[in-house]
Ligand binder design. Sequence first.
Ligand code: ADP
Length: 422
Amino acid sequence: MSTEKKVIQEFVLEQDNELRFEVESKNEKVYLTLKSGLAEVFGTELVKAKTYEFTSGAKVAVFTWHGCVIEVKGKTDVIYTAKETPMVIYSNCHAALELMRMEAEKDNKRGPIAMLVGPCDVGKSTVTKILLNYAVRMTRRPIFVDLDVGQGHISIPGTIGALMIERPASIDEGFSQEAPLVYNFGHKAPEPNTSLYQIVVSQLANTVKERLEVNKKTRSSGVIINTGGWIKGSGYRQLLDSAKAFEVDVIMVLDQERLYNELVRDMPQFVKIIFLPKSGGVVERSKSIRSESRDQRIREYFYGTPKNSLYPHSFEVKFPEVKIYKVGAPALPDSCLPLGMKADDHMTKLVLLTPNAGLLHHILAVSFSENEEDIISSHVAGFVCVSMIDNERQTITLLSPQPKPLPNNILVLSELQFMDTH
Ligand code: ADP
């Protein structure tokens, strides 16, 4: 039994103040309770006297519009109160989007399609979450789109997706994951295959636009799109293409004036470009922390969170029972290409793989497509992980959230790997 006493600290926050803390040490737990007043974490209101639990890796800001008293129990690595925050500016953005939604509702038109852009670690995902939470607290039903393949806020890393938001994010578990629409890209950054990235983004955009057509409430609520931090060179052109595919009305640029000016120059006039300052609280993440949090996301996909454990299944499939594809074939020199084929077409070519040891620990997307032609443009049913390949018995052992049988025998290889240490 630990003899160490839990540290209990009380913080009295004035209006517009923010209490920021980080939990870094492994196996450490920090408990947060709102004693009095009103407060929110990234747009989700805290319930008075309820205790919230945060584990290693958490970087949290408790903001109050009116003043409050907060109790924090447990060992935090950093904890301080900030008096300067950009929350009023973020809240003004929400108010502007809300006006657009009211107009849209009146005329039965499409509400604002807003996109958050900026370099890495400026708070894009956090502002996206704040704006979605504020919208849903006003009884809107916006669609959250995540184009950031690096972290995967909707599904696992290496994917993009959309989720209809029906209630505020839970403080410790995020947005509830009911029926997300997920497309597999298979890399943790768009660079390795920009042709494929563009195809899946356009496909997602079309499906999201269809959903806006069929649901009146969602149509007027609009869409909020989070993007990755690749904004230079072809990353910038990629952003322009994504903005075009979703037919955005508003682009919010976090922290980078150069990007803001480029977008003002290159986007059509009817698209509003807004510059937003970054919060001083946003924490920079090193490469290793990013990679750890990717691992954590995949682990959570299979095993759930401490509060909500999941029990994945492990089963064997015989080699002929599944068809495993890889997207992108080795490049051929121009002179060897068939007539009319472009050099980068090979990046979206499907290659049927013979199961081999190279697949070990890789994530495979379970496609919804019924034939080879539709694989790239189909969204996915879910993911499995290859935990063993037995060449002699011709079997693959898969870790899967669902028991056998697989919903489809078409599987697509992802570059992402997961070492199951359970
Ligand atoms: P981006 O999407 O631009 O890469 P994030 O929104 O993911 O950035 O923010 C990076 C990290 O900073 C996240 O862990 C987030 O929880 C944390 N963070 C964001 N805003 C604040 C804040 N005001 N105070 C403390 N931590 C914050």
